[in-house]
Design a protein around this ligand. Structure first.
Ligand SMILES: [Ca+2]
Length: 83
């Protein structure tokens, strides 16, 4: 599974957690510019996973972002684009 925030107007921060709300990993700037990216995370158990997009740093200024989630199972790909 890969998650990133292309073409975002703000400085996004990504958080990936499991179904119990425990954090698995997070990222700030692994994408181009200030975009966040979590690349090729291997899901080890069936279940619910949460993705949070936040603003990096203490800011209340709203901004648009694009969330791109890609699931890969074997050789099949199911990209999902949310806005
Ligand atoms: Ca960022």
């Amino acid at each position: 599974m890969s998650v990133d925030t292309p073409a975002s107007d703000m400085d996004p921060y990504l958080w990936l957690g499991d179904g119990s709300g425990s954090g698995i990993t997070s990222d700030d700037n692994s994408g181009p510019g200030n975009d966040a990216a979590i690349s090729h995370y291997t899901v080890t158990a069936t279940g619910v996973y949460y993705i949070q997009v936040g603003h990096y740093g203490p800011s209340t200024t709203p901004g648009a972002y694009e969330l791109h989630v890609e699931r890969t199972r074997g050789s099949s790909r199911s990209p999902t684009r949310l806005r």
